[in-house]
Design a protein around this ligand. Structure first.
Ligand SMILES: *Cc1c(COP(=O)(O)O)cnc(C)c1O
Length: 232
């Protein structure tokens, strides 16, 4: 099988899963955007994905992302930055990203703002919410009690456009339970920010749990691209 056929197969499988999860809860599959996370995979895969109809790709490491964006000049995809971000890299990321999904602290905002303004366009931002049990040492994200303040600061920052929330289900926790909590946080958040209605949740292993709980965007890597090499 050619790489193109492998990717087409992977995409078809993921699209079927999204459609089935939507059908389960009476949602229209068109409501769920697919971001293919291409970290560790080459720019040639991004080109093939674009030819196969993918409009949004995700990356989680600045150096790799920056290089890949440059290699993909002319490929019409939107780039989502989904990884942990150092504040000193924030301006550089804003120079190529169309969406930064991992805004998890106020310290990132000045750099993101500078990068976006220098580029002369608004940067779509999602605030990453932590779904870790209180006190747990886990993946990044602002704890729900810090969300209102951080979201307010994003809306007050020049060059940034608050679009919604992103979350990753914690390891070792039932994803359905985690995404139930996320749905409650998101409902509350939307009363304050009704137009910031994106909810990015769900990966290869748990997309159904996320889609049935209201995710508007899923971030899928291995189910489309195959297993990632563990060391680069
Ligand atoms: C890698 C990654 C994904 C995709 O993970 P898969 O399990 O391969 O689908 C999604 N979100 C984030 C933040 C990631 O870093």
């Amino acid at each position: 099988m050619s790489r193109r056929e492998e990717l087409a197969d992977g995409l078809a499988g993921v699209r079927r899963r999204i459609a089935a999860a939507c059908a389960e809860v009476g949602r229209d599959a068109e409501e769920v955007g697919l971001t293919v996370v291409t970290k560790f995979f080459p720019a040639t895969d991004v080109r093939l994905l674009a030819e196969l109809g993918v409009t949004d790709v995700g990356e989680n490491r600045h150096q790799e992302a920056e290089a890949k964006v440059a290699e993909c000049a002319g490929v019409g995809v939107r780039w989502h930055f989904v990884g942990g971000l150092q504040s000193k890299k924030a301006a550089a990321v804003a120079a190529y990203a169309d969406v930064v999904e991992s805004v998890d602290r106020a310290k990132l905002l000045p750099g993101l703002s500078r990068g976006a303004t220098a580029r002369g366009r608004e940067l779509d931002c999602l605030v990453q919410v932590s779904l870790d049990p209180p006190g747990a040492e886990g993946r990044s994200g602002v704890p729900p009690e810090g969300l209102a303040d951080l979201a307010e600061r994003v809306t007050a920052t020049e060059g940034l456009r608050l679009r919604g929330l992103m979350a990753v289900a914690p390891l070792g926790v039932d994803a359905a339970e985690a995404f139930d909590r996320l749905a409650a946080v998101a409902a509350d958040f939307r009363t304050e920010h009704p137009t910031a209605d994106w909810l990015s949740a769900g990966m290869s292993g748990d997309l159904e749990a996320a889609v049935t709980r209201g995710a508007t965007h899923v971030r899928i890597g291995s189910a489309v691209l195959g297993p990632r090499p563990s060391i680069k």
